[in-house]
Design a protein around this ligand. Structure first.
Ligand code: SF4
Length: 215
């Protein structure tokens, strides 16, 4: 791998501004209505394409409407609804367990703070940040997924490998007003231009700023 080149702060500001403007139309990619549906969809989306999750959640949410529906479901009853995601048995167990805890500890309501969200099985910082931002409008951090990890390294934002460390770097470098969307902006840039195997550097709007780490 090519030696990492850290980006100077002025260029970070420019890059973030350019990308935010270019992808100003993007929206959060999982379909949901309310915090419970987002919690379930986010758990299902780990190592699974958003399109797969969005294709199965209408039938799932038609049958399971409340926290108690999930909490009192048998894991084996839930699995057929989610069998197209990766690790369906584990995710079904986590969902049922999560909802039991929400019933017992949180009065049947999905928690709206980082600490309580992180106490739920299957919920790490990425999912917790996603829920806080998109269901509660609370912006405490940046959800770090595989696209954010890849592009943060390539663009020169973070040389770290662990998601939590990358999030810390990004929070130090990126103005808070951008935290809400930056993960989705980077993901979109990865899909459209900065693709893993063959980034389209010739048409990239930040090609005069990017150190092209790993290219
Ligand atoms: S210049 Fe190339 S490597 Fe850098 S962000 Fe653009 S597409 Fe990716």
């Amino acid at each position: 791998m090519v030696e990492f080149k850290k980006l100077e702060q002025k260029k970070v500001d420019e890059i973030v501004n350019i990308l935010e403007n270019k992808y100003s139309d993007i929206k959060y990619y999982l379909n949901f209505n309310g915090s419970l549906q987002l919690l379930i969809a986010a758990i299902l989306s780990a190592q699974t394409k958003d399109t797969v999750v969005n294709s199965l959640t209408p039938a799932l949410f038609a049958k399971y409407k409340k926290v108690s529906d999930f909490a009192y479901s048998k894991v084996t009853d839930l699995i057929p609804f989610i069998k197209s995601v990766s690790f369906p048995e584990n995710k079904a167990k986590n969902i049922v367990e999560c909802c039991k805890i929400i019933m017992e500890k949180y009065d049947g309501k999905v928690p709206d703070n980082m600490e309580d969200l992180l106490s739920l099985p299957g919920v790490g910082r990425k999912t917790a940040n996603t829920i806080l931002i998109n269901a509660f409008g609370k912006i405490e951090g940046i959800p770090v997924d595989t696209w954010v990890i890849k592009l943060s390294y390539r663009i020169g934002l973070s040389s770290n490998k662990k998601a939590d460390d990358i999030e810390k770097d990004l929070k130090e470098e990126i103005e808070k007003k951008y935290w809400k969307n930056i993960a989705y902006v980077l993901k979109e840039h990865g899909h459209r231009i900065c693709q893993s195997m063959k980034p389209k550097c010739d048409i990239c709007p930040i090609n005069n700023l990017c150190p092209k780490n790993g290219v």
